[in-house]
Design a protein around this ligand. Structure first.
Ligand code: DCP
Ligand code: MG
Ligand code: MG
Length: 528
């Protein structure tokens, strides 16, 4: 069970880059509907349409929307849930493996839209799509899904149009999650993370809501109590209550020195800004650890039996962590600290490739598959130990460590680095070549990479690319290389050849060369 009452004060770091004070960004927050229950219904479709609760110990951690309609609530005791709904079916949710696997698949789908995806728990993700939003006057300005707007005022900075495009992208992401994984979700679209998370919960399930920036204060005020602001958990709330602060308005008008006295300057500032809906924190790309392991230090041991005991305990601990992580390692490393007769210590490690089975029958490696795997891994560890220690002469060991690594590269490497490397690789290979290459092979218009970069880096890269092109090149890359009259979001979905054709037609028009009208171009103009 996840801690329901945790303080997430560092989640929304309001003191970050102040240049984000305007409404420049487009942030999408996606939260999966009744997550554990949906996973169970996918695995066992006969549960669909029936009230279903997921139990951990004596708590119903979540339930599907059929059960909610009958009065069951998240985090109810099983006893009260069954009182509310005697027909409630209960599924055991203590093995988290299947939820973790689905969570990973969701993350992968979202990352195919934007590299800037931050995972929050199992079923939530923030996605920054600012760089996907195309500055083009022809883009439809209609918001997809619900709109939260409590006044007629419209901000003049262009954020409404940007958010409208964000809502279109959010709909596409949710459609893909539904079509590819069979998962429904809710999305919130706003100009910062805090507001995106809050607005997404206003229409549930399987819906999305966009917050217009002029209505952000009223959304925050509608929360009424500070404890309802994500980031303000029970510990902070207790301190606020002690200061008599029990409404959002009181937090907004609280004297900062009083807040600072009780909470420290950093948190005081952060939570006061949150109470105004201000959150300048970035979407941090979720990166996974490159290795998972544990070490144990002890008074000297001298026998192989003792080493085996220690390693068995360590392996159990580490396997549980690997299991929780959900990825499959391909390397196993053993670290040993040897105590020399002169009483100085030396650490030494040895690593080897392993075959790691993910289907072991249980998340804690207790099943028969898990036992077999443990025996194999223990043999490998023993071999590694014998490479470090010569067991024929006396020895003493004061530390043992086990670590797994070599996880699939798509998860362990930073996607941003990959993209930039990909770009520079393209550039390097094109500059090495003496022969002129056809445009498509030169990588000069690799939007899949360009579109993923933050606007400032992208601009720099584009400029750099332009400088490298021979002046005879008819079609230099521009940031918004989209023919007039076509929805750029539709345009960038098209196959490269069709885009090239449309762009060629556009260039022809510009050069006022007489030519038969292009049917393809006409079609997309009509469609948008
Ligand atoms: N969870 C848990 N313990 C908690 C809270 C949640 O184990 N204290 C698990 C069960 C949920 C999952 O995390 O399925 C996601 O939590 P949510 O709060 O997003 O709840 P749901 O996704 O179940 O429902 P909703 O449709 O309201 O988002
Ligand atoms: Mg959820
Ligand atoms: Mg959630």
């Amino acid at each position: 069970m996840e801690g329901e009452d945790e303080d997430h004060e560092f989640l929304f770091n309001t003191s970050a880059d102040q240049s984000f004070n305007k409404h420049e960004r487009v942030i999408i927050h996606i939260d999966i509907d009744c997550f554990y229950a949906q996973v169970e219904m996918i695995l066992n479709p006969s549960l669909r349409g029936k009230p279903l609760g997921i139990k951990q110990k004596n708590i119903v951690v979540t339930c599907n929307y059929e059960a909610r309609a009958l009065g069951v609530e998240k985090l109810m005791t099983i006893k009260s849930a069954l009182e509310k709904c005697p027909s409630l079916i209960l599924a055991n949710g203590e093995d988290l493996k299947k939820y973790r696997e689905m969570s990973e698949k969701i993350y992968q789908v979202l990352q195919s839209y934007s590299l800037f995806v931050e995972k929050l728990g199992f079923d939530e993700n923030f996605i920054d799509v600012t760089h996907k939003v195309v500055k083009c006057p022809e883009v439809p300005q209609v918001i997809t899904g619900h709109t939260f707007q409590d006044s007629d005022g419209i901000c003049a900075c262009g954020c409404t149009e940007r958010l409208a495009q964000g809502s279109f992208i959010a709909q596409k992401m949710r459609d893909r999650l539904r079509d590819e994984l069979g998962i429904t979700s809710c999305a919130g679209i706003a100009f910062n993370k805090l507001l995106a998370k809050l607005i997404g919960t206003t229409h549930k399930p399987n819906q999305q809501t966009t917050l217009l920036s002029t209505s952000s204060l009223s959304l925050i005020k509608s929360l009424k109590h500070p404890r309802n602001i994500p980031g303000i958990g029970s510990a902070i709330n207790r301190k606020l209550e002690a200061l008599g602060i029990d409404t959002i308005e009181k937090l907004q008008s609280a004297e900062i020195f009083k807040l600072t006295e009780a909470l420290g300057a950093k948190i005081a500032n952060q939570i006061q800004q949150l109470s105004f809906g201000i959150d300048n924190s970035h979407v941090k790309i979720t990166d996974r650890p490159k290795s998972i392991g544990a070490e144990d230090g002890f008074t000297p041991i001298r026998s192989e039996v003792e080493v085996q005991k220690k390693l068995t305990c360590l392996l159990d601990r580490v396997l549980e962590l690997v299991e929780k992580d959900g990825r499959k390692p391909s390397q196993l490393k053993l670290t040993v600290r040897k105590l020399h007769p002169s009483s100085h210590s030396v650490r030494e490690s040895r690593q080897t490739t392993i075959e790691y089975a993910t289907e072991t029958g249980s998340s804690t490696h207790q099943g028969p598959g898990g036992e077999k795997q443990k025996v194999k891994l223990m043999t490998t560890l023993k071999n590694l130990f014998e490479k470090i220690i010569d067991c024929d002469v006396s020895w003493q060991v004061t530390l043992l460590g086990i670590s797994f690594s070599g996880f699939p590269s798509s998860n362990s490497a930073s996607p941003v680095k990959n993209s930039i490397n990909k770009y520079f690789h393209l550039k390097a290979s094109s500059s090495r070549s003496e022969e002129p290459q056809p445009p498509a092979k030169r990588g000069r218009f690799d939007e899949s990479v360009l579109q993923e970069l933050p606007p400032d880096i992208r601009q720099e890269v584009l400029q750099d690319m332009q400088n490298q092109l021979p002046s005879s090149d008819a079609q230099k890359p521009t940031d918004f290389n989209c023919p007039k009259g076509i929805d750029p979001l539709v345009f960038y979905e098209l196959p490269m050849e069709i885009r090239e054709e449309l762009l060629a037609e556009e260039r022809m028009k510009k050069q006022t060369i007489k030519r038969k009208p292009n049917n393809l171009l006409q079609y997309f103009r009509k469609a948008s």
